[in-house]
Design a protein around this ligand. Structure first.
Ligand SMILES: [Fe+2]
Ligand SMILES: [Fe+2]
Length: 297
């Protein structure tokens, strides 16, 4: 990952969450995570639309992991003695309302940025919930989430390097996502009891998470200057531009749909492209050089 665990962890100064006294707060967090894990069904869409075998193989594994995480959070709710409840609208909007339309948006917005934000909330619970089984369940999933973030970072970086024009569009959607996260942070600030030693630190934690998202976007290359140097008007313009481009591309996609029924214009999937896939060619080259080496001995 482009940020270390140490950078992502927030120091709550030893404050803890008690599974009995703070049950509602822990359960509220878990309800949001549960929804996020169920949105793992979207990975099926990206598997079918994977641009190469590297992505397809990763998504196949990720879909399994996200479904395992659903079970993890159901178990935590069972431990807490709480029924599954709907997630907050902001979380539903972030996880499904903003579902990207392209692979590049998916790896940037959902995996690098989105799963990066969630990962920090997982670390926070691991560090503060005083319940060994809950912590052990969270720890089991966290390494897999780290690999999802790392994949998102790697593929977003590669996408921008090969198509620099993508950067502005990805930045616009990421800014929109960060704005929703900040609004959700303000909602949490109002909801949390100010006298609680841990919960009163939530605004500082949200600020830490947003700051780390900025660092991640800079290290990936989506952001080329400090976020503070982009004024409110420029941010609105970037978000507007990004969504206008998405709308135009979506409209063109609808117009092109009838033509895709014709074999010449059909969208090329891995079944058509796998023979020229870098992974297949890599294997072919390795096999070829092994054959050459054998032939020369
Ligand atoms: Fe997950
Ligand atoms: Fe994940």
């Amino acid at each position: 990952m482009l940020l270390s665990r140490e950078e992502m962890r927030f120091d709550f100064g030893g404050a803890k969450l008690d599974p009995v006294a703070d049950r509602d707060v822990i359960a509220f967090a878990v309800q949001q995570f549960l929804y996020g894990e169920v949105t793992g069904i979207q990975v099926g869409h990206w598997l079918y639309n994977a641009p190469d075998l590297d992505a397809a193989r990763f998504f196949a594994r990720q879909s399994l992991e996200e479904m395992q995480h659903v079970g993890n959070f159901l178990r935590i709710l069972e431990i807490l003695g709480v029924e599954a409840q709907p997630a907050h609208p902001a979380i539903r909007f972030l996880a499904t309302g903003m579902m990207p339309s392209t692979f590049e948006e998916h790896v940037a917005l959902e995996m690098a940025l989105g799963e990066g934000l969630v990962l920090e909330a997982f670390y926070a619970l691991i560090d503060t919930v005083e319940h060994p089984e809950i912590v052990a369940i969270l720890k089991r999933g966290v390494r897999q989430e780290e690999s999802h973030v790392a994949f998102g970072e790697r593929r977003t970086k590669a996408a921008i390097e090969s198509r620099p024009a993508l950067r502005r569009r990805l930045l616009g959607t990421c800014l929109m996502s960060l704005w929703v996260v900040s609004r959700f942070g303000r909602y949490l600030e109002k909801k949390m009891p100010p006298e609680h030693p841990l919960l009163r630190q939530i605004p500082a934690f949200v600020a830490h998470v947003v700051k780390n998202a900025e660092i991640r976007l800079r290290r990936i290359g989506v952001l080329d200057r400090p976020l503070a140097s982009i004024g409110p008007a420029a941010r609105v313009a970037l978000v507007g531009e990004s969504y206008a481009t998405k709308a135009v591309l979506g409209f063109l996609d609808v117009l092109a749909a009838p033509f895709r029924l014709l074999p010449w214009f059909a969208r090329k999937r891995l079944t058509e492209t796998y023979l020229s896939d870098p992974m297949v060619r890599g294997h072919a080259l390795k096999a070829q050089s092994a054959d050459d080496a054998e032939a020369s001995t």
